[in-house]
Design a protein. Structure first.
Lengths: 302, 140
Protein backbone atom coordinates (compact mmCIF):
# COMPACT_ATOMS: atom_id res chain seq x y z
CA UNK A 1 0.00 0.00 0.00
CA UNK A 2 1.21 3.48 -0.78
CA UNK A 3 2.07 6.03 1.83
CA UNK A 4 -1.04 8.16 1.62
CA UNK A 5 -2.06 11.45 3.12
CA UNK A 6 -5.83 11.34 3.29
CA UNK A 7 -6.79 13.29 6.37
CA UNK A 8 -5.45 14.81 9.53
CA UNK A 9 -7.23 12.29 11.73
CA UNK A 10 -5.06 9.45 10.39
CA UNK A 11 -1.80 11.16 11.35
CA UNK A 12 -0.11 10.55 14.68
CA UNK A 13 1.39 13.47 16.55
CA UNK A 14 4.82 12.04 15.83
CA UNK A 15 4.10 11.92 12.09
CA UNK A 16 2.79 15.47 12.10
CA UNK A 17 5.86 16.74 13.91
CA UNK A 18 8.03 14.85 11.48
CA UNK A 19 6.29 16.52 8.50
CA UNK A 20 6.67 19.97 10.06
CA UNK A 21 10.33 19.36 10.89
CA UNK A 22 10.98 18.29 7.32
CA UNK A 23 9.16 21.39 6.04
CA UNK A 24 11.44 23.49 8.21
CA UNK A 25 14.41 21.62 6.75
CA UNK A 26 13.28 22.44 3.21
CA UNK A 27 12.75 26.08 4.18
CA UNK A 28 16.32 26.25 5.46
CA UNK A 29 17.88 24.19 2.66
CA UNK A 30 16.10 25.60 -0.36
CA UNK A 31 19.43 26.21 -2.07
CA UNK A 32 20.76 22.75 -1.27
CA UNK A 33 18.30 20.40 -2.96
CA UNK A 34 20.55 18.93 -5.62
CA UNK A 35 20.61 15.57 -3.89
CA UNK A 36 16.81 15.38 -3.87
CA UNK A 37 16.54 16.34 -7.51
CA UNK A 38 18.97 13.61 -8.42
CA UNK A 39 17.30 10.96 -6.29
CA UNK A 40 13.76 11.81 -7.41
CA UNK A 41 14.28 12.34 -11.12
CA UNK A 42 12.76 8.93 -11.89
CA UNK A 43 9.73 9.51 -9.71
CA UNK A 44 6.43 10.54 -11.24
CA UNK A 45 3.56 12.52 -9.80
CA UNK A 46 0.25 13.28 -11.44
CA UNK A 47 -1.80 16.24 -10.33
CA UNK A 48 -5.45 15.37 -10.72
CA UNK A 49 -7.60 18.37 -9.87
CA UNK A 50 -11.24 17.67 -10.49
CA UNK A 51 -12.31 20.87 -8.76
CA UNK A 52 -10.98 24.30 -9.66
CA UNK A 53 -7.70 25.25 -8.02
CA UNK A 54 -4.90 27.67 -8.73
CA UNK A 55 -3.08 28.17 -5.47
CA UNK A 56 -2.98 24.59 -4.25
CA UNK A 57 -2.18 23.18 -7.69
CA UNK A 58 0.65 25.65 -8.27
CA UNK A 59 1.93 25.16 -4.75
CA UNK A 60 2.12 21.42 -5.35
CA UNK A 61 3.71 21.89 -8.74
CA UNK A 62 6.40 24.19 -7.35
CA UNK A 63 7.05 21.72 -4.51
CA UNK A 64 7.23 18.80 -6.95
CA UNK A 65 9.63 20.62 -9.27
CA UNK A 66 11.87 21.78 -6.44
CA UNK A 67 12.26 18.10 -5.50
CA UNK A 68 12.99 17.13 -9.10
CA UNK A 69 9.96 14.86 -9.45
CA UNK A 70 8.53 14.39 -12.97
CA UNK A 71 5.22 16.26 -13.04
CA UNK A 72 2.16 15.38 -15.10
CA UNK A 73 -0.93 17.51 -15.01
CA UNK A 74 -4.22 15.84 -15.67
CA UNK A 75 -6.80 17.86 -17.53
CA UNK A 76 -10.22 16.48 -16.84
CA UNK A 77 -11.88 18.20 -19.79
CA UNK A 78 -9.76 16.30 -22.32
CA UNK A 79 -9.45 13.04 -20.43
CA UNK A 80 -11.17 9.73 -20.25
CA UNK A 81 -13.17 10.78 -17.23
CA UNK A 82 -15.21 12.64 -19.84
CA UNK A 83 -15.63 9.36 -21.67
CA UNK A 84 -17.12 7.72 -18.62
CA UNK A 85 -14.08 5.96 -17.17
CA UNK A 86 -14.44 5.58 -13.44
CA UNK A 87 -12.07 7.45 -11.15
CA UNK A 88 -10.86 4.14 -9.76
CA UNK A 89 -9.88 2.92 -13.22
CA UNK A 90 -8.13 6.21 -13.89
CA UNK A 91 -6.08 5.75 -10.73
CA UNK A 92 -5.34 2.10 -11.57
CA UNK A 93 -4.18 3.31 -14.98
CA UNK A 94 -1.78 5.80 -13.38
CA UNK A 95 -0.48 3.02 -11.18
CA UNK A 96 0.05 0.72 -14.15
CA UNK A 97 1.92 3.49 -15.96
CA UNK A 98 4.34 3.75 -13.06
CA UNK A 99 3.20 6.89 -11.29
CA UNK A 100 4.40 7.06 -7.71
CA UNK A 101 2.05 9.73 -6.38
CA UNK A 102 -1.31 11.13 -7.30
CA UNK A 103 -2.25 14.52 -5.87
CA UNK A 104 -6.00 14.66 -6.06
CA UNK A 105 -8.75 17.17 -5.46
CA UNK A 106 -12.34 16.11 -5.83
CA UNK A 107 -15.87 16.84 -4.78
CA UNK A 108 -16.93 13.37 -3.68
CA UNK A 109 -16.28 12.56 -0.06
CA UNK A 110 -15.10 9.25 1.33
CA UNK A 111 -14.03 7.47 -1.85
CA UNK A 112 -10.32 8.27 -1.42
CA UNK A 113 -10.29 6.28 1.80
CA UNK A 114 -11.92 3.44 -0.03
CA UNK A 115 -9.51 3.52 -3.03
CA UNK A 116 -6.44 3.92 -0.87
CA UNK A 117 -6.60 0.34 0.36
CA UNK A 118 -6.48 -0.95 -3.19
CA UNK A 119 -3.71 1.20 -4.64
CA UNK A 120 0.05 1.04 -4.43
CA UNK A 121 0.67 4.57 -5.56
CA UNK A 122 0.51 7.18 -2.82
CA UNK A 123 -2.58 9.35 -2.70
CA UNK A 124 -2.24 12.90 -1.43
CA UNK A 125 -5.52 14.57 -0.64
CA UNK A 126 -5.47 18.12 -2.02
CA UNK A 127 -9.06 18.90 -1.09
CA UNK A 128 -12.00 16.56 -0.67
CA UNK A 129 -15.45 18.14 -0.85
CA UNK A 130 -16.36 19.70 2.47
CA UNK A 131 -14.57 16.96 4.34
CA UNK A 132 -10.82 17.43 4.33
CA UNK A 133 -7.92 19.54 3.12
CA UNK A 134 -5.04 18.16 5.14
CA UNK A 135 -2.17 19.94 3.37
CA UNK A 136 -3.83 23.30 4.07
CA UNK A 137 -4.29 22.44 7.74
CA UNK A 138 -0.65 21.32 7.99
CA UNK A 139 0.64 24.53 6.44
CA UNK A 140 -1.63 26.51 8.77
CA UNK A 141 -0.18 24.61 11.70
CA UNK A 142 3.35 25.24 10.42
CA UNK A 143 2.57 28.97 10.21
CA UNK A 144 0.98 29.02 13.67
CA UNK A 145 4.02 27.29 15.13
CA UNK A 146 6.24 30.05 13.77
CA UNK A 147 4.47 32.39 16.20
CA UNK A 148 3.40 30.15 19.06
CA UNK A 149 5.59 27.51 20.63
CA UNK A 150 2.94 25.64 22.51
CA UNK A 151 -0.44 24.94 21.03
CA UNK A 152 -1.91 23.67 24.24
CA UNK A 153 -4.58 26.11 25.33
CA UNK A 154 -4.05 28.32 22.28
CA UNK A 155 -7.30 30.03 21.33
CA UNK A 156 -8.17 29.65 17.68
CA UNK A 157 -11.25 31.36 16.25
CA UNK A 158 -12.47 29.98 12.94
CA UNK A 159 -14.84 32.49 11.40
CA UNK A 160 -17.11 32.29 8.38
CA UNK A 161 -18.72 29.54 6.33
CA UNK A 162 -17.82 26.61 8.56
CA UNK A 163 -20.53 24.35 7.16
CA UNK A 164 -19.00 24.14 3.68
CA UNK A 165 -15.36 24.36 4.70
CA UNK A 166 -12.94 21.44 4.44
CA UNK A 167 -10.27 23.80 5.74
CA UNK A 168 -12.23 24.32 8.96
CA UNK A 169 -12.71 20.58 9.42
CA UNK A 170 -9.10 19.63 8.79
CA UNK A 171 -7.86 22.41 11.03
CA UNK A 172 -10.31 21.45 13.73
CA UNK A 173 -9.08 17.86 13.90
CA UNK A 174 -5.44 18.79 13.57
CA UNK A 175 -5.35 21.59 16.14
CA UNK A 176 -7.44 19.57 18.60
CA UNK A 177 -4.73 16.91 18.62
CA UNK A 178 -2.34 19.53 19.97
CA UNK A 179 -4.73 20.76 22.63
CA UNK A 180 -5.83 24.06 21.09
CA UNK A 181 -9.19 25.59 22.04
CA UNK A 182 -11.25 26.07 18.93
CA UNK A 183 -14.34 28.20 18.61
CA UNK A 184 -16.44 29.12 15.65
CA UNK A 185 -18.19 32.25 14.55
CA UNK A 186 -20.26 33.27 11.55
CA UNK A 187 -23.83 33.05 10.32
CA UNK A 188 -25.73 30.50 12.45
CA UNK A 189 -26.98 28.72 9.34
CA UNK A 190 -23.38 28.23 8.18
CA UNK A 191 -22.14 26.54 11.35
CA UNK A 192 -21.30 22.84 11.16
CA UNK A 193 -23.55 20.48 13.11
CA UNK A 194 -20.95 17.69 12.75
CA UNK A 195 -18.36 19.64 14.76
CA UNK A 196 -18.45 20.54 18.41
CA UNK A 197 -20.70 23.55 18.92
CA UNK A 198 -18.43 26.16 20.39
CA UNK A 199 -20.01 29.30 19.07
CA UNK A 200 -19.03 32.87 19.90
CA UNK A 201 -20.27 36.15 18.44
CA UNK A 202 -17.58 37.57 16.15
CA UNK A 203 -16.47 40.48 18.34
CA UNK A 204 -15.97 38.13 21.26
CA UNK A 205 -14.27 35.53 19.06
CA UNK A 206 -11.70 38.06 17.82
CA UNK A 207 -11.18 39.42 21.32
CA UNK A 208 -10.29 36.01 22.72
CA UNK A 209 -8.30 34.64 19.83
CA UNK A 210 -4.57 34.09 19.57
CA UNK A 211 -5.21 32.96 16.02
CA UNK A 212 -8.06 34.30 13.91
CA UNK A 213 -8.73 32.04 10.96
CA UNK A 214 -11.05 33.65 8.44
CA UNK A 215 -12.87 31.63 5.79
CA UNK A 216 -14.32 32.42 2.40
CA UNK A 217 -18.01 31.94 1.70
CA UNK A 218 -18.09 28.80 -0.40
CA UNK A 219 -20.91 30.09 -2.61
CA UNK A 220 -20.21 27.32 -5.15
CA UNK A 221 -21.25 24.76 -2.55
CA UNK A 222 -24.44 26.55 -1.48
CA UNK A 223 -27.70 25.15 -2.74
CA UNK A 224 -29.29 28.60 -2.59
CA UNK A 225 -27.75 31.88 -3.63
CA UNK A 226 -28.38 33.84 -0.48
CA UNK A 227 -25.02 35.59 -0.23
CA UNK A 228 -24.58 36.67 -3.82
CA UNK A 229 -26.42 39.97 -4.16
CA UNK A 230 -24.61 43.22 -3.43
CA UNK A 231 -26.84 43.88 -0.44
CA UNK A 232 -26.26 40.42 0.97
CA UNK A 233 -22.49 40.88 0.72
CA UNK A 234 -22.56 44.24 2.48
CA UNK A 235 -24.76 42.70 5.14
CA UNK A 236 -22.42 39.71 5.57
CA UNK A 237 -19.40 41.97 5.85
CA UNK A 238 -21.10 44.12 8.50
CA UNK A 239 -22.35 41.20 10.57
CA UNK A 240 -19.70 38.50 10.16
CA UNK A 241 -16.73 40.00 8.37
CA UNK A 242 -13.40 41.03 9.86
CA UNK A 243 -13.91 44.75 9.30
CA UNK A 244 -11.59 47.62 10.00
CA UNK A 245 -13.66 48.52 13.10
CA UNK A 246 -13.16 45.03 14.53
CA UNK A 247 -9.36 45.45 14.51
CA UNK A 248 -9.82 47.17 17.88
CA UNK A 249 -10.69 43.78 19.39
CA UNK A 250 -7.59 42.03 18.05
CA UNK A 251 -4.94 41.20 20.65
CA UNK A 252 -1.54 42.65 19.84
CA UNK A 253 0.13 39.21 19.75
CA UNK A 254 -2.60 37.56 17.69
CA UNK A 255 -2.20 36.52 14.06
CA UNK A 256 -4.77 36.46 11.26
CA UNK A 257 -4.92 33.59 8.78
CA UNK A 258 -7.01 32.85 5.70
CA UNK A 259 -6.68 29.87 3.33
CA UNK A 260 -7.24 32.22 0.36
CA UNK A 261 -8.50 33.19 -2.11
CA UNK A 262 -9.68 36.16 -0.06
CA UNK A 263 -12.76 38.04 -1.10
CA UNK A 264 -11.66 41.49 -0.06
CA UNK A 265 -14.51 43.52 1.30
CA UNK A 266 -16.60 40.41 2.03
CA UNK A 267 -15.12 38.29 4.83
CA UNK A 268 -12.22 40.71 5.35
CA UNK A 269 -11.66 44.38 4.73
CA UNK A 270 -8.62 45.39 2.68
CA UNK A 271 -6.90 46.90 5.67
CA UNK A 272 -7.24 43.63 7.59
CA UNK A 273 -5.88 41.53 4.72
CA UNK A 274 -2.84 43.80 4.49
CA UNK A 275 -2.48 44.27 8.25
CA UNK A 276 0.91 43.47 9.77
CA UNK A 277 -0.68 40.79 11.93
CA UNK A 278 -2.14 39.11 8.86
CA UNK A 279 0.03 36.16 7.78
CA UNK A 280 -1.92 35.15 4.69
CA UNK A 281 0.98 35.39 2.26
CA UNK A 282 3.30 33.67 4.71
CA UNK A 283 0.83 30.79 4.73
CA UNK A 284 1.06 30.57 0.95
CA UNK A 285 4.86 30.71 1.14
CA UNK A 286 4.94 27.99 3.81
CA UNK A 287 2.64 25.83 1.71
CA UNK A 288 5.52 25.02 -0.62
CA UNK A 289 7.78 23.66 2.15
CA UNK A 290 4.98 21.71 3.80
CA UNK A 291 3.94 20.13 0.50
CA UNK A 292 7.56 19.24 -0.24
CA UNK A 293 7.68 17.46 3.12
CA UNK A 294 4.46 15.60 2.29
CA UNK A 295 5.73 14.54 -1.15
CA UNK A 296 9.03 13.46 0.36
CA UNK A 297 7.15 11.42 2.95
CA UNK A 298 5.09 9.77 0.21
CA UNK A 299 8.27 8.70 -1.57
CA UNK A 300 9.84 7.33 1.61
CA UNK A 301 9.96 3.69 2.59
CA UNK A 302 7.23 2.36 4.83
CA UNK B 1 26.18 6.42 23.20
CA UNK B 2 25.06 6.21 19.61
CA UNK B 3 25.35 8.18 16.44
CA UNK B 4 22.41 9.67 14.55
CA UNK B 5 22.88 10.69 10.96
CA UNK B 6 20.11 13.13 10.06
CA UNK B 7 18.76 14.05 6.63
CA UNK B 8 20.85 11.48 4.85
CA UNK B 9 20.25 10.22 1.35
CA UNK B 10 20.17 6.55 2.21
CA UNK B 11 20.20 3.64 -0.22
CA UNK B 12 17.61 1.45 1.43
CA UNK B 13 15.27 -1.22 0.12
CA UNK B 14 16.55 -0.63 -3.38
CA UNK B 15 15.82 3.05 -3.57
CA UNK B 16 17.09 6.39 -2.43
CA UNK B 17 15.37 7.46 0.71
CA UNK B 18 15.84 10.65 2.69
CA UNK B 19 15.84 10.08 6.39
CA UNK B 20 17.70 9.40 9.59
CA UNK B 21 19.89 6.52 10.66
CA UNK B 22 20.78 5.40 14.17
CA UNK B 23 24.00 3.54 14.94
CA UNK B 24 24.58 1.97 18.35
CA UNK B 25 27.68 -0.04 19.24
CA UNK B 26 28.73 0.03 15.63
CA UNK B 27 25.47 -1.49 14.42
CA UNK B 28 22.77 0.22 12.36
CA UNK B 29 19.74 -0.03 14.65
CA UNK B 30 17.15 2.04 12.86
CA UNK B 31 16.49 3.74 9.54
CA UNK B 32 13.40 5.88 9.16
CA UNK B 33 12.03 9.21 8.00
CA UNK B 34 12.76 10.90 11.27
CA UNK B 35 14.34 9.41 14.36
CA UNK B 36 13.29 11.25 17.50
CA UNK B 37 16.11 10.86 19.94
CA UNK B 38 15.69 11.09 23.67
CA UNK B 39 19.27 10.41 24.70
CA UNK B 40 21.35 13.56 24.86
CA UNK B 41 24.42 11.35 24.61
CA UNK B 42 23.79 10.62 20.97
CA UNK B 43 26.15 12.31 18.61
CA UNK B 44 24.15 14.01 15.86
CA UNK B 45 25.38 14.65 12.33
CA UNK B 46 23.10 16.62 10.02
CA UNK B 47 24.45 15.61 6.62
CA UNK B 48 21.82 17.61 4.65
CA UNK B 49 21.15 15.29 1.75
CA UNK B 50 24.56 13.68 1.45
CA UNK B 51 24.80 10.03 0.48
CA UNK B 52 24.72 7.46 3.29
CA UNK B 53 25.88 3.99 2.24
CA UNK B 54 28.08 1.23 3.64
CA UNK B 55 31.80 2.10 3.41
CA UNK B 56 33.20 1.68 -0.10
CA UNK B 57 36.09 -0.66 -0.86
CA UNK B 58 38.86 0.16 -3.35
CA UNK B 59 40.78 -2.97 -4.31
CA UNK B 60 43.53 -1.13 -6.15
CA UNK B 61 45.31 1.80 -4.56
CA UNK B 62 48.92 2.87 -4.37
CA UNK B 63 50.02 4.22 -1.02
CA UNK B 64 53.67 4.51 -2.20
CA UNK B 65 55.04 3.90 1.28
CA UNK B 66 57.70 2.59 1.88
CA UNK B 67 60.08 4.12 -0.58
CA UNK B 68 58.17 6.94 -2.20
CA UNK B 69 56.93 8.90 0.80
CA UNK B 70 57.29 12.15 -1.12
CA UNK B 71 54.39 11.06 -3.36
CA UNK B 72 52.05 9.51 -0.79
CA UNK B 73 52.16 7.87 2.61
CA UNK B 74 50.00 5.24 4.28
CA UNK B 75 48.57 7.99 6.43
CA UNK B 76 47.87 10.54 3.66
CA UNK B 77 46.46 7.91 1.29
CA UNK B 78 44.16 6.30 3.82
CA UNK B 79 43.01 9.72 4.99
CA UNK B 80 42.12 10.69 1.43
CA UNK B 81 40.27 7.39 1.08
CA UNK B 82 37.92 7.95 4.01
CA UNK B 83 37.33 11.52 2.84
CA UNK B 84 35.89 10.02 -0.33
CA UNK B 85 33.83 7.33 1.36
CA UNK B 86 36.29 4.43 1.04
CA UNK B 87 36.72 2.72 4.38
CA UNK B 88 38.71 -0.24 3.08
CA UNK B 89 41.56 -0.04 0.58
CA UNK B 90 43.91 -2.63 -0.82
CA UNK B 91 47.47 -1.28 -1.16
CA UNK B 92 49.53 -2.46 -4.13
CA UNK B 93 52.99 -3.94 -3.41
CA UNK B 94 55.17 -2.07 -5.94
CA UNK B 95 56.90 -0.04 -3.25
CA UNK B 96 60.55 0.08 -2.36
CA UNK B 97 61.21 -2.46 -0.97
CA UNK B 98 58.53 -4.56 -2.73
CA UNK B 99 56.07 -6.17 -0.32
CA UNK B 100 57.45 -9.67 -0.48
CA UNK B 101 58.11 -10.61 3.14
CA UNK B 102 56.04 -10.85 6.36
CA UNK B 103 57.81 -7.96 8.11
CA UNK B 104 56.73 -5.56 5.37
CA UNK B 105 53.12 -6.75 5.58
CA UNK B 106 53.22 -6.18 9.31
CA UNK B 107 54.76 -2.76 8.79
CA UNK B 108 51.88 -1.62 6.56
CA UNK B 109 49.28 -3.09 8.88
CA UNK B 110 50.73 -1.34 11.91
CA UNK B 111 51.28 1.97 10.19
CA UNK B 112 47.72 2.03 8.88
CA UNK B 113 46.33 1.05 12.26
CA UNK B 114 48.22 3.91 13.82
CA UNK B 115 46.96 6.35 11.18
CA UNK B 116 43.42 5.13 12.04
CA UNK B 117 41.64 6.15 8.85
CA UNK B 118 40.68 3.49 6.31
CA UNK B 119 41.30 -0.20 6.89
CA UNK B 120 44.30 -1.03 4.72
CA UNK B 121 44.66 -4.51 3.23
CA UNK B 122 48.25 -5.01 2.14
CA UNK B 123 48.56 -6.82 -1.16
CA UNK B 124 51.65 -8.98 -1.44
CA UNK B 125 53.75 -9.27 -4.58
CA UNK B 126 53.14 -12.43 -6.55
CA UNK B 127 56.84 -12.96 -7.11
CA UNK B 128 59.90 -12.14 -5.06
CA UNK B 129 61.05 -8.55 -5.76
CA UNK B 130 58.49 -8.51 -8.60
CA UNK B 131 61.06 -10.26 -10.72
CA UNK B 132 58.66 -12.83 -12.15
CA UNK B 133 60.75 -15.75 -10.89
CA UNK B 134 60.18 -17.08 -7.37
CA UNK B 135 57.12 -17.04 -5.15
CA UNK B 136 57.62 -15.05 -1.96
CA UNK B 137 56.71 -16.37 1.48
CA UNK B 138 54.41 -13.82 3.05
CA UNK B 139 53.20 -15.63 6.15
CA UNK B 140 55.14 -14.70 9.26
Amino acid sequence: MGKHLLGCQDLSIEEIKSILNKAQYFLENNDNLFSYREAYRDKFVVNLFLEPSTRTRFSFEVAEKKLGIQVLNFESNISSLQKGESLYDTLKTFEAQGMDIVVIRLREEGILQHFSRRLNLSIINAGEGKKAHPTQALLDLFTIKQYFNDLKGLNVAIIGDIAHSRVARSNYYLLKKFGANIFFSGPPNLMAPDLENNYLPIDEAIRRADVVMMLRIQAERHSDNKIKSKEAIVEYNRKFGFTEERLQYLQSHAIILHPAPVNRGVEMDDIVVDHQQSKIFEQIHNGVWVRMAILDRALGVN
Amino acid sequence: MGIIIKHGRIWYQNQWFFGDLLIEDGIVMEIKQEICYSSINHQIFDVRGKIVIPGLIDLHVHLREPGFDEKETIESGSKAAVRGGFTTIAAMPNTNPVIDQPELVTYIKEKSKKADYAKVLPVGAITFKEEGQNLPILLG
